[in-house]
Design a protein around this ligand. Structure first.
Ligand SMILES: O=C(O)CCC(=O)C(=O)O
Length: 386
């Protein structure tokens, strides 16, 4: 079975891990005259040369390494669930209708798209553009953010884990802690290039997180929890974004951008951009292609929501496939519990005829075990189910 190292997908650093750099640029230039350009001659230079797919001098003509070839049974295109598509929910409809639609979609597929959600179109398109621009920066600009330290939240890394055994995936990722935005340490961890990046991220993340919280309230109303059940600790951790970048791939039939996995958090909102690539697991070994819809978010539930609702809302596996022509950049926003929050099936949702299906643990404990067992749905179920 294909293993799914969580550091490839969801590696999580400690709270307050503000610094992005292995060696901040200020340190790298310490002692130099201002006119001398910074010299990332050792660590950064090596990192830069080694790894990022997006830093390759030109398009890859062939797969650079056999480890990009995923086992035959996991290769795209697996049988695609052709006629099935994700429901698209218009959040501007009356609240009762939206609540019902969100709950139905969540129960049936665990994934849906939302439109008219209130995040300004400009904030979304600016975010898409700034993220794509980040990956087009010269390698030496990106190298300063690059780190292989999986304990860091803020870092640029590649799923091509050179010198580490195991599969490789066709994706680079910029991961950043983004909440609370008024915390200077959080903002200071964001890239300074491109120059508009920080402002664009702030304009994007504040309303996007707001939509995520509103969806959680709607779900609570729908399943009989008090509307603010997920406010406070359960959603108050460091929200994180993954800016995923998938350069054109020379052999999309042999590779994956991201292996099948479930998310570790509460709820995820994905800005998937105009290029198709996300697939959602559907029944036995079938995958739903998620059609890009301009201005929409793709929404899915993480393990914490499944556990808190005692399995009523499912965390569903998804993966990213690659293509040979167009680069694809997606932005996943993860709403996370604080490390000390206690995760358990909500007492309101369990009873004599519906006993708790999961044990009680802290999110910190969850993360420790998750890193060991991997991100596949079955392995997490096995570790946390009673
Ligand atoms: O890029 C995508 O469509 C999927 C991203 C994803 O699953 C993730 O960041 O965990």
């Amino acid at each position: 079975m294909m293993s799914v190292a969580t550091d490839i997908l969801d590696g999580h650093g400690g709270v307050g891990d503000g610094a992005v750099l292995d060696a901040p640029p200020q340190q790298a230039v310490a002692g130099r005259k201002a006119s001398v350009p910074p010299d990332y001659s050792t660590k950064h230079q090596r990192a830069m040369e080694k790894l990022l797919l997006s830093s390759a001098p030109s398009c890859h003509q062939t797969l650079p390494d056999g480890r990009f070839v995923v086992p035959a049974e996991h290769r795209p295109p697996a049988s695609a669930a052709g006629a099935v598509s994700l429901p698209v929910i218009d959040l501007s409809l009356p609240r009762d209708e939206v609540r019902r639609a969100v709950l139905d979609a969540g129960k049936e597929l665990g994934f849906f798209q939302i439109i008219n959600h209130g995040v300004p179109e400009e904030a979304m398109s600016d975010m898409e553009a700034a993220c794509a621009e980040f990956f087009r920066l010269p390698a030496e600009d990106k190298a300063r953010y690059y780190s292989e330290d999986t304990e860091r939240t803020n870092r640029l890394f590649s799923s091509t884990m050179y010198e580490v055994a195991g599969e490789r995936y066709w994706r680079d990722c910029l991961r950043l802690a983004v909440f609370p935005v008024d915390d200077e340490a959080i903002r200071d961890g964001w890239p300074e290039k491109p120059s508009q990046f920080r402002d664009v991220l702030e304009r994007f993340i504040v309303p996007t997180r707001g939509v995520g919280m509103e969806l959680l309230r709607l779900l609570c109303e729908g399943i009989g929890l008090r509307p603010d059940y997920f406010s406070g600790e359960l959603s108050g951790g460091e929200a994180i974004i993954n800016v995923n970048h998938y350069p054109p791939c020379p052999d999309p039939n042999l590779t994956l951008g991201l292996p099948p996995h479930c998310d570790r958090n509460l709820i995820t909102l994905l800005l998937q951009g105009p290029v198709c690539g996300l697939q959602v697991a559907y029944r036995a070994n079938q995958w739903i292609d998620v059609d890009p819809i301009p201005g929409a978010f793709v929404v899915n539930f993480g393990h914490q929501l499944e556990i808190a609702t005692n399995g009523l809302l499912k965390s569903v596996e998804h993966r990213a496939v690659t293509n040979s022509t167009a680069p694809r950049t997606s932005v996943a926003t993860f709403i996370m519990p604080t490390m000390d929050s206690v995760i358990r099936p909500a007492p309101e949702l369990v009873g004599a005829d519906n006993p708790p299906r999961y044990r009680t643990f802290t999110f910190r404990d969850f993360m420790t075990i998750y890193k060991q067992v991997g991100a596949r749905r079955d392995s997490v179920e096995k570790a946390f189910k009673l």
